[in-house]
Design a protein around this ligand. Structure first.
Ligand code: GDP
Ligand code: MG
Length: 195
C-alpha cells in the first residue's frame, strides 16, 4: 500500500471541503459548515495495479488557524491549491498560501485547482494570471473542476497521484515496494532484515 498525504489549501469558501466530499463520498451540499482547524478523509484507489491510500487533509482557510499550518504540511507529498473561478480575491490569496507551503526543495507535487467551473459565466481569473502563477511557483499541473457537478473531480486526484508516484517514487527491485526516488536504501527491505 502506497500511503500519500495530500494537503488541500486555499481561502475560506473556495470549495476545499466540497471537493474532498465529492471525491470521497460523491455528495455535494449547497450549504456547508466552515471547517474548524484541520479535518481529514481517506480514499483508496489503484494506480498501475498498486493500492494507493490518499489521506486528504482539509485545512480551514481562516487566518486564525494558520499557525497550525507547518504541522499540517509536514510529510505531505502533494498539495491541491484551490481558488474559486468566480472570486478574484481567492486567487490573490494563493500567494500567501504558497508562502505557507514553502517547499524550497520542491518535494511537494503541486496542482493549481480552479474550482466551481460551473460558474464559468462569472469567471474573474484570466488565463494570463494563471500562467504567470504556474511559472512563479513551479506548479506541476492546472485543472478546472466543479464539486457541484462532479466535473473533473476524479481527474484532480488521479492526476495528483500520477504526478507524485511517477515523479517522486520508484519500485524497490528486491521487495517491489514503492520508495522515495532519492533514497539509497529501501526502508521496507531494511525492516525485513531486522525481523
Ligand atoms: P471551503 O471553506 O473551502 O471548505 O469551502 P466549502 O466546501 O465549505 O464550500 C463553500 C461554499 O461553496 C458552499 O456553499 C458550497 O456549496 C459552495 N461550493 C463548493 N464547491 C462548489 C462548486 O463546485 N460550485 C458551486 N457553484 N458552489 C460550490
Ligand atoms: Mg472547509
Amino acid at each position: 500500500m502506497i500511503k500519500l498525504k495530500i494537503a488541500v489549501a486555499g481561502a475560506k469558501n473556495v470549495g476545499k471541503t466540497s471537493l474532498i466530499r465529492r471525491y470521497v463520498s460523491n455528495t455535494f451540499m449547497e450549504e456547508t459548515i466552515g471547517t474548524i482547524g484541520v479535518d481529514f478523509m481517506i480514499k483508496r484507489l489503484k494506480y498501475k495495479n498498486k493500492d494507493v491510500s490518499l489521506t486528504l487533509w482539509d485545512f480551514a482557510g481562516e487566518a486564525l488557524f494558520r499557525s497550525l499550518f507547518s504541522g499540517y504540511i509536514s510529510g505531505a507529498s502533494g498539495a491541491l491549491i484551490l481558488c474559486d473561478i468566480a472570486n478574484h480575491a481567492s486567487f490573490l490569496e494563493l500567494h500567501d498560501w504558497m508562502e505557507l507551503i514553502g517547499d524550497p526543495a520542491g518535494k511537494i507535487s503541486k496542482l493549481l485547482i480552479i474550482s466551481k467551473i460551473d460558474l464559468l459565466d462569472q469567471a474573474e481569473i484570466s488565463e494570463e494570471e494563471i500562467d504567470q502563477f504556474v511559472n512563479q511557483y513551479k506548479i506541476d499541473c492546472v485543472l478546472r473542476c466543479s464539486a457541484k457537478t462532479g466535473e473533473n473531480v476524479e481527474k484532480v486526484f488521479d492526476t495528483l497521484t500520477q504526478i507524485i508516484i511517477d515523479g517522486t517514487l520508484r519500485e524497490c527491485p528486491l521487495c517491489h515496494e514503492m520508495i522515495s526516488d532519492d533514497s539509497d536504501f529501501c526502508p521496507f527491505c531494511e525492516q525485513n532484515k531486522d525481523n
